[in-house]
Design a protein around this ligand. Structure first.
Ligand SMILES: O=C(NCCCCCn1ccc2cnccc21)c1cc(-c2ccc(F)cc2)cc(O)c1O
Ligand SMILES: [Mg+2]
Length: 214
């Protein structure tokens, strides 16, 4: 009977990764996606850039938009200090169900809150629902056409402060041109991009790093 790609990714984790070992979970997913089937995890090349940004920012509060199977969620959660608050938002309930199990296999279920729903619905509710004032780091990896509107929404809701860092996946492929245009021309942001490749391919890609300067 048909087994979905996300279920095959979860099975690869449960078969090849050690419970409670986040690095083995990451390795199991990357091996599956490079050797068996492509999937839209951020992947290891961009994942190392993500790791370095998380380590440098050392955030007390993190928002991830786009959990998918939990690959980047596990990478981020495994680097956070114990007091950190980490919220990851997933629209698709089937993806969220798999991500919960991947995060649990890594032993990180206490480090992250997975919330199901749309960013435009949830962003205005985060302050009161989770007692978070502002985010030190936001990782954008959801609908590419919502990167700009959600960044503006986060600004309007007072969720970003001077020094907040936004890191955006896929600004080239599939692309978020209006987002790039807006942040590059805005005096509020200092932007920088990390050259990389689309996960598990040789196609060029950038991770777009944004520092809020005022
Ligand atoms: O589409 C991508 N991701 C988004 C998936 C849907 C997110 C839904 N969602 C989650 C939270 C949430 C909250 N609010 C609203 C909606 C929300 C994506 C695609 C590619 C890709 C695909 C084909 C190809 F040929 C090349 C590249 C590569 C990536 O790395 C990607 O990330
Ligand atoms: Mg992505």
């Amino acid at each position: 009977q048909f087994v979905s790609l996300r279920q095959r990714i979860l099975s690869a984790v449960q078969k090849n990764a050690t419970r409670g070992d986040p690095r083995s979970v990451i390795r199991a997913i990357d091996q599956f996606c490079s050797q068996k089937e492509w999937a839209m995890n951020v992947g290891n090349e961009k994942g190392c850039i993500l790791d370095s940004v998380v380590s440098e920012v050392n955030p007390a509060t993190v928002l991830e938009l786009g959990t998918y199977c939990g690959y980047s969620t596990v990478r981020i959660a495994s680097l956070l200090p114990p007091y950190a608050k980490f919220i990851t938002l997933e629209f698709n309930p089937d993806f969220a169900a798999v991500a919960r199990q991947v995060i649990a296999w890594a032993g990180l279920e206490d480090k992250v809150q997975l919330v199901e729903g749309a960013s435009s619905d949830w962003i205005p509710k985060i302050k009161e629902q989770f007692g978070i004032k502002t985010f030190d780091l936001v990782f954008l990896d959801h609908w590419k056409e919502h990167y700009l509107s959600d960044t503006k929404l986060m600004e309007e809701c007072g969720l970003l402060r001077k020094g907040s860092v936004l890191l955006a996946d896929n600004v080239i492929c599939p692309g978020a041109p209006d987002y790039v245009e807006y942040v590059r021309s805005s005096p509020r942001y200092k932007s920088h991009y990390f050259r990389s490749h689309l996960e598990y391919t040789k196609a060029e890609e950038n991770l777009w790093y944004l520092g809020i300067i005022e």
